[in-house]
Design a protein around this ligand. Structure first.
Ligand code: HEC
Length: 128
């Protein structure tokens, strides 16, 4: 009986070691390892970006550009889009097409890089 218990405990410990990802150290996990969550991104979108980019990302004239089918979004990687969101696109940027500022993080400095990753994941759902 005692041997059985020891065997079960040993098996459990082995299983736990396997689940922890082997030799991967969780403390070194970078933000890039995290997959964006589009549902959370949608919530963040509604909380900030929607006032300029409109319902469904179709844009609002004079406020924010449409996201639908833009080559900028479609041809950028997630990392490039996050880098873009960190700085925005002011009117004096030659790439600005509307004459209206896109502020860093859409003007919401509280957004973390994880938040931006979720926003990008949501953005992708609009640009299939
Ligand atoms: C105050 C209005 C405003 C808010 C709020 C805003 N944006 Fe923008 N955004 C703009 C404008 C204006 C542009 C277009 C700039 C230009 O002319 O290139 C833009 C452009 C963009 C683009 C580039 C689109 C393209 O195809 O070039 C992305 C991506 C974007 N915004 C994401 C966001 C996200 C994500 C949020 C919320 C965190 C956000 N924006 C909030 C005004 C806004």
């Amino acid at each position: 009986m005692r041997k059985t218990i020891i065997a079960v405990v040993a098996a459990l410990m082995l299983a736990m070691a396997a689940c922890s990802g082997g030799d991967r150290d969780p403390t070194t996990t970078t933000i890039a390892d995290r997959t964006g969550d589009p549902v959370r991104g949608f919530e963040l979108y509604r909380g900030g970006c929607i006032v300029c980019h409109g319902e469904g990302g179709v844009g609002i004239e004079g406020l924010g550009k449409s996201w639908i089918g833009t080559t900028f979004i479609n041809e950028s990687t997630d990392e490039e889009l996050i880098a873009f969101l960190l700085v925005g696109r002011p009117t004096d940027d030659p790439l600005n097409t509307t004459g209206v500022d896109m502020l860093p993080k859409g003007g919401n400095n509280a957004l973390t890089e994880d938040d931006l990753r979720d926003l990008v994941a949501f953005m992708r759902t609009l640009n299939l």
